[in-house]
Design a protein around this ligand. Structure first.
Ligand code: CMC
Length: 428
């Protein structure tokens, strides 16, 4: 097979090298295209553009395959611990027992945040959206750890910044929840593991004991793993792009959180529950909402449906759907929106509009139902996505820095006016 692609542009032929991945994906390396032909590629929304080579996550959207560093998402969700997956993503291999103990211990001992961070919360208007707060709080960590401002200080400094961020993220997420509820914050307890500590800081009340429920701990662990990375999605690409200017890790991750907030990305998990509630309040008529989603004059979209890369099924959604039944049963929660979600899914999957466009439930379709059964308010759902995605963002940033990737700076095709003379204000 030829290892080059031939392109004919306005009568002249150029030969471009192919880059072939370990899973035989083929890319055309167009780095030299503009220099030799003056042409650039145009791909609005990057629907067909590989922005990097990466050894972190493999995704085959046609077959519904998702693997991190070669391990299937099904196995990781079933057998691993979230911090183990975080280590795998960031360092490339599963930790040995010894390295895991060290990793876990290091993270447990960085969970506390500077007392001044609590003061920042006083500035937020009551009830403001948690994602707006999270963006600012994560970025503010750079002020408390000035060493992080230079991401080129060497491996030790970089790894310290990474561990700090992983350790403080659950503390900050839980603080946001407590402050929004008007309750005193609960400090981390370092004898608890990552997931337990987060749940304890979120759900424990200062005036009462809180017993961790293993059903909730296991479900949370699984949900975090299912969100841990998803290769070059909108937020990961944002983290890489911002980081490529050598902005510090906290700023880069904060930008990723901002990208995640949008309802077409991670913000969809909040919108799904709001949509299911609206359908319930409207008499549970799923068909009416399917028709709205199909109507090109109506901006409504079926939230939690469709995906840029999955064109068969989203393997994460499969696991979550099963988990939703399991968790609600075990917790004895009867949520009518689960029934509506199932009806909506069934109706959509047999509707030609959704079949032709290969639209399936994605990771956000059922996750909110589980979060709500666990006791999280709807506004916190996207924060939970961010908490899970953090190791993925970190690994993408670290790989980008290790590859010494140049600053990200796409080209464009200009379509505005050609040069014209300036007319003085009085003459216009
Ligand atoms: N409801 C109704 N129609 C849809 C939907 C939907 N949810 N998603 C896509 N379509 C239609 C779209 O109108 C288009 O139709 P046509 O070809 O007639 O113009 C066709 O399907 C292709 O859609 P697209 O918008 O070109 O696809 P995209 O790859 O640009 O967008 C998406 C992907 C996820 C943004 C989109 O499917 C969507 O808006 N879904 C709802 C929001 C959502 O659930 N987002 C979470 C994504 S998964 C979590 C994550 O990783 O972010």
């Amino acid at each position: 097979m030829s290892e080059t692609a031939k392109l004919n542009i306005q009568g002249s032929e150029v030969e471009l090298p192919l880059v072939i991945g370990t899973e035989q994906e083929v890319g055309i390396d167009i780095a030299a295209l503009r220099a030799s032909t003056k042409a650039v590629t145009l791909d609005v929304g990057y629907k067909n553009t590989g922005s990097t080579t990466s050894a972190i996550t493999f995704l085959d959207g046609e077959q519904g395959i998702l693997r991190h560093r070669g391990y299937s998402i099904e196995e990781l969700a079933d057998k691993a611990d979230f911090l183990e997956v975080a280590y795998l993503l960031i360092n490339g291999e599963l930790p040995t027992k010894e390295t895991y103990t060290q990793w876990d211990d290091d993270i447990r001992h960085h969970t506390l945040v500077n007392g001044d961070i609590e003061n920042i919360f006083n500035a937020w208007p009551t009830g403001s959206h948690p994602m707006g707060q999270l963006i600012a709080m994560i970025s503010s960590l750079s002020s408390f750890y000035p060493e992080s401002l230079n991401p080129n200080l060497g491996d030790d400094a970089r790894d310290r910044t990474i561990r700090r961020l992983l350790a403080k993220m659950p503390t900050i997420c839980a603080m946001i929840h407590k402050k929004r509820s008007g309750h005193p914050i609960i400090y981390p307890k370092n004898n608890l593991n990552y997931v337990e500590n987060y749940l304890n800081m979120t759900f424990k009340n200062v005036t009462e004991d809180y017993d961790l429920d293993p059903v909730v701990v296991n479900a949370m662990n699984k949900l975090l793993i299912l969100h841990a990375d998803h290769e070059q999605n909108c937020s990961a690409s944002t983290v890489r792009l911002v980081g490529s200017s050598h902005a510090n890790l906290y700023a880069s991750i904060s930008a990723g959180i901002a990208a995640l907030w949008g309802p077409l990305h991670g913000g969809a998990n909040q919108k799904v529950i709001e949509m299911l509630e609206a359908i319930k309040a409207d008499g549970g008529n799923a068909k009416k909402y399917l028709d709205k989603a199909k109507d090109k004059n109506d901006p409504f979209r079926l939230m939690g449906f469709g995906h840029r890369v999955y064109k068969n099924f989203d393997p994460r959604a499969k696991i979550i759907k099963k988990s939703a039944d399991d968790v609600l049963n075990k917790l004895g929660v009867n949520d009518p929106t689960l029934e509506i979600a199932k009806q909506l899914e069934e109706a959509a999957l047999s509707d030609p509009y959704f079949i032709e466009r290969k639209l399936f439930p994605n990771v956000d379709f059922y996750s909110g139902i589980i979060y709500r059964a666990m006791g999280f308010p709807v506004e916190m759902f996207t924060v939970l996505f961010a908490l899970g995605r953090l190791p993925g963002w970190i690994s993408q940033w670290k790989e980008m820095m290790e590859h010494r990737q140049p600053i990200g700076r796409p080209r464009q095709i200009y379509t505005g006016p050609v040069q014209r003379p300036f007319i003085n204000l009085e003459d216009r």
